[in-house]
Design a protein around this ligand. Sequence first.
Ligand code: FAD
Length: 531
Amino acid sequence: MIVGAGFAGYRTARALSRLTRGRAEITLLNPTDYFLYLPLLPQVAAGILEPRRVTVSLSGTLPRVRLVLGEADGIDLDARTVHYEGPEGDPGTLAYDRLVLAAGSVNKLLPVPGVAEHAHGFRGLPEALYLRDHVTRQVELAAAEDDPKSCAARCTFVVVGAGYTGTEVAAQGQLFTDAQVRRHPLRSGMRPRWLLLDIADRVLPELDRRLSRTAGKVLRERGVDVRTGTSVKEATPGGVLLSDGEFVDTRTLVWCVGVRPDPLAESLGLPLERGRLLVDPYLSVPGRPELFACGDAAAVPDLENPGGYTPMTAQHAWRQGSTAARNVAASLGIGESRPYRHRDLGFVVDLGGVKAAANPLGIPLSGVAAGAVTRGYHLAAMPGNRVRVAADWLLDAVLPRQAVQLGLVRSWSVPLDTASPELARVPGRPDKHVEEPMHEPAKSQPGGEPARNQAGGEPARNQPGGEPAKNQPGGEPAKNQPGGEPAKNQPGGEPAKNQPVGPGRTEPPGPVRQQDLPSAADSGTSAEGDS
Ligand SMILES: Cc1cc2nc3c(=O)[nH]c(=O)nc-3n(C[C@H](O)[C@H](O)[C@H](O)COP(=O)(O)OP(=O)(O)OC[C@H]3O[C@@H](n4cnc5c(N)ncnc54)[C@H](O)[C@@H]3O)c2cc1C
């Protein structure tokens, strides 16, 4: 049984199914029916790729694997069972002989006041769709504004964390909004402004310095306001207070400070390394020969860098999936096990247009060459849907981008503090937000370490139901938003009508956390953890 169908879990399922050829029953438990190719998510937010392009159907590509839709919420190691909740709230239990935990990671938070309420993360498809709509809407609303101050606030977009996620979001975002304004200029003649903040002294702080230089140059030439050595002290409905004392009026705060392991790893009560389940080089949990873990959720010894653990990247997760499959098969008497060993093959960072920063096999590239390598790499790395992705790229090269917002994902349905970033929150189902220890100082944590200092999961007070606080980044109040109760007899958890929500109402659709008051040391917002 495999929990999680991301890079690690999908590869495990695929490789194991080939290795065992029907001699083992393979079950894959995942909340969605698709594998998500996360590295192309910034292109979904920027309107280059349609969301289904970055998904790969699980049942369509894993014919010999039994897919169970659901989210594991408890693992009984002694009874060898996994308890889960299905997509319609129905509980279930699955028994296993071998278990591979590959549940990935979730947004990392820092205890900065207002961030949980006013920022949005970038870890799943719903958040990317939300951001695309939200940004489009802000520019459209700005275009109708008479007040230059409001117009400027709507057209100012703040991205925190200059790891590859934040860097790509800001780089693509500036191109996206510039294109929108070119076709429909703002009345004030203003240009949308993207700010990219990081506490570190350079963008892409965890990657090769040459990649940082290339990315920093492209961003600055493009007009992105890159602020290194800067973090956010407080987020408010009207903007963000920076660590240097400047207050930036904005309606958009994108939180890309990194990720931390899925809380399922911690729930096992086994030894952890910064929230990741400790495994040996064979990806097996010491003392539990039937339990394997890989990807972001696992602390895998880095044999190329003794004493360290492999970073949380797609590259490692994908290759660890293959090793996990091989070692599970070996434990069943098929083939031989081997330790996980993998050298860094370089990194690619898509900066939008034809620009990218890449260092395949350690060779630094910039400009069009890097752009071509980056796109080629993604096409080769995707386990499916390549033709559709390439077709979208082609269309984007010759046609103007579609700047329309469908408004299907609302602000309240993509809270920053959630254990399920892959699912948009739906009415009537409490969100699984993450409980974490309180009051420990945040550290700059390279390599995907867990965030510390999280507030303890109290519901926020005075949050309007169903939509963000008034003037909160997140846009307009939705009509008929749910107030916690699902509508009766409505398919798919449709919002009930006339629920007590909207501006001035006080019940959110589920718990929203109140922030702790941080110390100055807590507000570090380096983009660690996402490389
Ligand atoms: C926007 C973005 C861009 C990125 N770009 C790059 C890049 O360019 N290069 C790179 O190397 N890395 C990149 N990464 C990091 C990379 O995507 C991750 O390191 C990689 O996805 C980790 O693989 P995984 O299988 O451990 O987790 P994931 O790919 O996240 O998969 C985890 C799976 O587990 C499922 N799951 C979670 N909880 C449960 C549960 N309780 N029960 C059942 N299933 C569950 C999830 O739905 C998901 O399907 C990026 C990450 C993001 C967010």
